[in-house]
Design a protein around this ligand. Sequence first.
Ligand code: ATP
Ligand code: MG
Length: 408
Amino acid sequence: MEDVVVGLDIGSTKTCAVIGFLNENGLVEIAGVGVAPSRGLKNGVIINIDNTQAAIAKAIEDAELMAGCEIAACYVAITGSHIKGENSPGVVAVSGRNRSISAGEIRRVIQAAQAIVIPADREIMHVLSREFAVDDQRGIKDPIGMTGVRLEAEVHIVTGSRSAIINLTKSVNASGIHCQDIVFSPLAAAEAVLSAEEMELGVAVVDIGGGTTDIAVFSDGGVAYTSVLPVGGRHVTNDISIGLSTPAESAEMIKKKHGLSLVSFVDASETVEVPSVGDRAPRRIMRMELARIIEPRMFEIMEMIERELLVSGKKDFLAAGVVLTGGGAMLEGTVECAERVFRLPVRIGRAKNITGMKDIVSSPQYANAVGLVKYGIKTRQYREAKGGTKKQSGGLKMKMKKWFQDYL
Ligand SMILES: Nc1ncnc2c1ncn2[C@@H]1O[C@H](COP(=O)(O)OP(=O)(O)OP(=O)(O)O)[C@@H](O)[C@H]1O
Ligand SMILES: [Mg+2]
């Protein structure tokens, strides 16, 4: 199994490594999964390299044991409020013979669109082509071979804090593993859970993690908007811990076992056992009381997401609705809560078109790591198709990324 691809998702609450490969039937087969609790991150950003590295080493080791192979490199997901996405236009004159647009023109126009001022403490992570215009004809996906005098491109550029990226790379390298690429997490999740039709129709992927909620809006097959909110399941756990005067660990346990995002879903007779702080005996409370603590926080998170969808300018065009990933989406009633706020169809995103360990990796918590494996396989196929293996970007050397279009 020398052609394995590894996805590493270093989250605020858990670090997980997924090893996969393209099997003889052309399907992505998952060979190993390793998970370790994270202790060195806050809201998606590394605050302690040693603790982060220890979690990475454990997750990788477990995945290697399961897959029965040793790995040397991986694709890594990144999140955090330092990540910003913006749309940028570029224009060039078509100079070639017969004014016919070639791959060279596409490269030039995408370079022109990238010419934005980026502060020295930020790095470009992704340059995602959205659509092109030839003269006044807009909405063109593939202008190669078309004739015109003016070629315009609209790209979506994702940038992140240089130090956050350095610390992420350092933590991975400290485990003796080469970082092949860093991918903004909802784009990785999208790779795992969305279909090309959904991206074409208009869809938003929302990853509700422990400390962050990541959003990526797709329309007409490209990325139209990306954003990160500093909220997640951890806030729900905190509310339960304070509201029920119980330690964080039991609040977390109660949330996962009995939590509900909507009060109206609770049967009025249901009760829940709550361990108390100190020596006091555990007590029983109405499950309704628990839901009354959770519901306002979940509505608040959904309303914050709703504001981002509105800012994207694409809210009215999300015909394929919203797809939720991340552990925070696993709370019972969350889909219905989201539907009430967004007034759009909502579903839980599970990795599709994969085989092997399906029962583990189809949990929405693994969408990022599985998506990274798919992204890695796609990148390799793309390089092979282009002939020759392009030198891999070592460490920090960020480069233009080929994403949903083949021009970069
Ligand atoms: N079954 C469940 N029901 C409710 N909540 C859950 C469940 N399983 C996990 N969670 C919550 O999901 C959150 C963790 O999600 P996830 O693993 O996607 O986060 P992460 O990737 O570690 O963090 P981030 O993406 O914010 O950096 C925690 O707050 C946890 O309480
Ligand atoms: Mg996450």
